[in-house]
Design a protein around this ligand. Structure first.
Ligand code: NDP
Length: 456
């Protein structure tokens, strides 16, 4: 398998893919490691994960460069990602003891009722490339903390990062048979779904998630899916500083080239502020520096997957053909690498694909609405349900709107952010189950109820 640099089109290296036989061998290795790892005390596991986090800190420049080279992400954003991964690990390690230890629920003179959290066993994590450190940490860190052994399949577009993860986990003290990496393209993911894992944890698109869910459905095992989104954002008519809000929300749409599961994918603006907001938004977008990910100050790097350029162009063409106005960008940037202009479409509506299908790139539609009710109706008009955001100076008003939206995360005056302290979960085509928070720690366990009578 060739690893290409999406910013230049050049080959970085070539790597041998796994096949059925090598995957089965790795699975057997993980089986051997399970008993020892789950018997290792929780405190010892926490110590190893903390060591891993400090290795990320000491190697962050090497890791960021490698991530930037294989994904086209600006170097600074790659560094931010590694720092963000460490912040999540900090929360998970600080809270693991509280949420993974036995819990006594009732205690009387002769009876104790308690819950223990046992590892699921050997779990498989098939993952995405857009934030390989962040979405990876959401899964393999709590899985390992809880005493599972893990097969990790990084996306083919984040293979080098996957190999760094493996190397650093082992350097930190994770025993060889407790963590294995499956190398390869989608076919390798498909082969993994045929293996008898005790749980599947998938981060990726709705269409692949559906295939994985179907493949394992008959086996009565845990299958958790973190999928795509078409995340809406509403600007109410009472925001105090339109320019600041426009800059912040443009960042929510264009950071990481819009390749975030919770990137702002559609914007609704109250008619009273529409002109001022779009003017400030366009000014912000025009200020973005586009270039090689390694150049200082670059904000828009390369789109990671070449195939995405065609999807973005189709969305622009479809919108223009149906009456949208192109206010910025709109096409591939000619020359080396997968570059697409940061694109803003106005006069959009829900007949257009750009307002319905996940774009996962530097493109956004902005639509005028007359009131909160219309905003709510349009925000809910989607098959996805990951996040939604409301900007308003009135918290009560914003929360009232957010309560009516069928999403896993509601943001007030912020967007495109993830916190380890609260569950990360989608609804409908955005998936189900949760990572992060106490729920995400326990997602990799099965509860055992203990009913213990002290005397006969
Ligand atoms: P894909 O669904 O294309 O791929 C995800 C993973 O599945 C990759 O490792 C891929 O391998 C593998 N895969 C592909 N086909 C199969 C198959 N038939 N069986 C098993 N595995 C398979 O998603 P992307 O990697 O392109 O990620 C982008 C998507 O992920 C977006 O929709 C985004 O919104 C979503 N996402 C969701 C997040 C969330 O938390 N909800 C977070 C981050 C991203 P390979 O890449 O090697 O082909």
């Amino acid at each position: 398998m060739k690893i290409l640099n999406p910013a230049t089109g050049t080959e970085i290296t070539e790597i041998t893919e796994d096949n059925r036989e090598t995957l089965l061998k790795k699975f057997e290795t993980l089986k051997m490691g399970l008993a020892g790892w789950s018997d290792t005390g929780l405190n010892a596991r926490i110590d190893i994960v903390r060591k891993f986090s400090s290795l990320l800190e000491s190697e962050k420049d090497i890791l960021a460069k490698s991530l930037s080279d294989e994904t086209g992400k600006p170097l600074q954003q790659a560094l931010n990602e590694i720092n963000g991964a460490r912040t999540r690990i900090k929360w998970l390690t600080e809270n693991a003891a509280q949420y993974l230890s036995d819990e006594t629920m009732t205690e009387s003179a002769d009876m104790v009722e308690k819950i223990s959290y046992e590892p699921l066993g050997i779990v498989c994590n098939i993952s995405a490339w857009n934030y390989p450190w962040l979405v990876g940490v959401n899964v393999w860190i709590p899985a390992l903390l809880a005493g599972n052994t893990v097969m990790y399949k990084p996306s083919e577009y984040a293979t080098l990062t996957g190999l760094h993860v493996d190397r650093l986990l082992k350097s930190a003290g994770i025993p060889e048979p407790c963590f294995q990496v499956a190398i390869g393209e989608g076919k390798v993911g498909e082969l993994l779904t045929e293996i008898n894992f005790n749980g599947f944890f998938f981060t990726g698109s709705y269409s692949t998630g559906q295939k994985i869910y179907n493949a394992v459905a008959g086996r009565m095992i845990v299958c958790q899916l973190e999928l795509g989104g078409k995340d809406p954002l509403y600007i109410a008519d009472d925001v105090a500083d339109v320019n600041a809000v426009a800059a912040g929300t443009a960042d929510g749409a264009f950071y990481n080239n819009g390749q975030s599961c919770c990137a702002v994918e559609r914007i609704y603006v109250h008619e009273k502020l529409y002109d001022a907001y779009t003017e400030a938004f366009l000014k912000e977008v025009a200020s973005y520096k586009i270039g090689l990910p390694s150049e200082p100050g670059v904000y828009i790097g390369a789109v990671t997957r070449k195939a995405q350029i065609k999807l973005l162009q189709n969305q622009v063409d479809d919108a223009l053909q149906k009456g949208a106005t192109l206010a910025a960008g709109g096409k591939k940037i000619e020359g080396e690498g997968n570059y697409f202009e940061p694109t803003v479409l106005l006069n959009v509506n829900h007949e257009m694909n750009v307002m319905r299908e996940e774009s996962f790139g530097p493109i956004i539609g902005i639509m005028k609405v007359k009131d909160d009710e219309e905003a709510i109706r349009l925000m809910n008009d989607t098959e996805y349900g990951l996040t939604a955001s409301v900007y308003s100076s009135d918290q009560e008003r914003a929360q009232k709107i957010l309560k009516k939206l069928d999403v896993g995360t509601g943001y007030w005056n912020c967007c495109d952010r993830v916190s380890a302290a609260v569950p990360w979960s989608g609804r409908h085509h955005s998936g189900f189950g949760a990572t992060l928070s106490h729920q995400g720690l326990r997602a990799f366990t099965k509860p055992k109820a203990w009913q213990l009578r002290k005397s006969k």
